[in-house]
Design a protein around this ligand. Structure first.
Ligand code: NDP
Length: 444
């Protein structure tokens, strides 16, 4: 049997109850087939695919905390340290009730290739908890974060593993976790990124994932002889990635007409009012119904539906598997030109294939949302230097990194006769570097 098929079969048996992880492994291994075929003897002898699909370690722990009524609550915490061949483990912490080991493994696996693509020295990891921050008081959030960090602090460090934010983990949560780490270790180090600006955070980190998504989208569009000006965009989500994607798209002259959250979505034909969206989501932490109430021209709909709006560019920025085959068909029927992922794996495999087969330019999240982790790595550099760079300096580096990622994945796809297949290009470019480092470092 072919080496890729052999390893896929083993991974499927071993991780049968983790569909998201299997989906991510299948996508990566399928698209690096040409590289593996060209190096089959070496990779097989080195068991590169078996090693890269097995985390270095998985940590699972109890998180007990006291709610406002005095009741003790118990959640489960996770940290998967997947691969540190090219640098310390790096990846966010997701706080959401859907979190279980399969979600954290899928995200940690993706992170290996994404971090490699940034060109910066960072390995892949991910963590989180099934804790739901929604509806909790600030005191309850702090109690959870302190308990979570009390255990996590045993396994992380500025040169070991540097977590960051993700769904449900924003500046507030990172602040509480950093405070607890410092207290336990008596050490002021860059152990987390996404920190507040008064204690080691980087300017432009908040904006980085959304801005980076638009920088790579702009480069893609320009490379195909087009311009962002006047393009109609649909965006899903209304969190950190979505908000700054909308803001940058508008700065580049596009019009964004939708956003969404886990209960409904907005269609605003005049273009999303970013300041109002920030007020509703970042300040009040409220539902999108409040956006519609304050904006007479906007419509609010329950459920999901942003992909039904006619657009040139679609930017899924909420969560995994939110753009399915029927959505892909609607987008194609409506003449979409490009789909670039802001979230991690928001497009199902079937939908991805349909979009690519129908000539839609498609950039996968591991390339197009890498601006967040790239800027986190810039935060690590600033912490090591004990310096802070200006917003413009960081933003300029971010822009350069995203433009480089585009050309890197484009070149990798072309080298293997897959011109325009940016999924293959991203996986190949990300994989080659990690595999080479693993082989150079011997069996471990
Ligand atoms: P946030 O928590 O800030 O926002 C997430 C958004 O997605 C919210 O609008 C949320 O709605 C919505 N959402 C979450 N879960 C679901 C669901 N199951 N169904 C429908 N909508 C949902 O997270 P981020 O913006 O930080 O992250 C969004 C995506 O981007 C994730 O896939 C994340 O892994 C990825 N990512 C984030 C990076 C970052 O720097 N923040 C970096 C790289 C990738 P509601 O408000 O109702 O919860």
């Amino acid at each position: 049997m072919n080496y890729v098929d052999e390893v896929l079969a083993k991974v499927q048996v071993k991780n049968a109850s983790e569909p998201e992880f299997l989906q991510a492994v299948e996508e990566v291994l399928e698209s690096i087939r040409p590289v593996v075929d060209a190096n089959e003897d070496l990779y097989r002898r080195e068991a590169i695919l078996e090693r890269i699909t097995e985390p270095d370690r998985q940590i699972k722990f109890r998180v007990a905390w006291v709610d406002d009524s005095g009741q003790v609550q118990v959640n489960t915490g996770y940290r998967v340290q997947f691969n540190n061949a090219i640098g310390p483990y790096k990846g966010g912490l997701r706080l959401h009730p859907s979190v279980y080991i399969g979600i954290i493994k899928f995200l940690g696996f993706e992170q290996i290739f994404k971090n490699s693509l940034t060109g910066l020295p960072i390995g892949g990891g991910k963590g989180g908890s099934d804790f739901d921050p929604k509806g909790k008081s600030d005191r309850e959030i702090m109690a959870f974060c302190q308990s979570f960090m009390t255990e996590l602090s045993k396994y992380i460090g500025a040169d070991i593993d540097v977590p960051a934010g993700d769904i449900g983990t924003g500046a507030r949560e990172i602040g509480y976790m950093f405070g607890q780490y410092k207290r336990i270790k008596n050490s002021y180090e860059g152990v987390l990124t996404g920190k507040g600006l008064t204690f080691g955070g980087s300017l432009a980190r908040t904006e980085a994932t959304g801005y980076g998504l638009l920088y790579i989208t702009e480069e893609l569009i320009k490379s195909h002889g087009q311009d962002m000006k006047g393009k109609i965009c649909v965006v899903s989500g209304s969190g950190n990635v979505a908000i700054y994607a909308i803001q940058k798209a508008q700065q580049l002259g596009a019009k964004v007409v939708t956003c969404s959250d886990s209960t409904g979505w907005i269609y605003d034909p005049d273009g999303i009012d970013v300041a109002l969206l920030q007020e509703v989501k970042e300040v009040k932490r409220a539902r999108l119904t409040e956006y519609a109430a304050a904006r007479p021209g906007a419509e609010y709909h329950e459920g999901r539906g942003v992909w039904a709006i006619k657009c040139d560019i679609a930017l899924p920025c909420a969560t995994q598997n939110e753009l399915m085959i029927e959505d892909a068909k609607t987008l194609v029927a409506n003449g979409v030109t490009a789909v670039c992922e802001g979230a991690n794996m928001p497009t199902t495999l079937e939908a991805t294939r349909y979009l690519q087969d129908n000539g839609v330019l498609f950039i996968p999240g591991k390339a197009s949302n890498a601006g967040g982790v790239a800027t986190s790595a810039l935060e690590m550099s600033q912490n090591s230097e004990r310096l802070s760079w200006t917003f413009e300096e960081v933003d300029t580096m971010l822009n350069r990194i995203m433009v480089d990622i585009y050309h890197n994945i484009d070149d990798a796809a072309k080298r293997y006769g897959k011109d325009g297949d940016y999924v293959a290009g991203a996986n190949i470019a990300g994989f080659e570097k990690v595999a080479e480092a693993m082989i150079a470092q011997g069996v471990c």
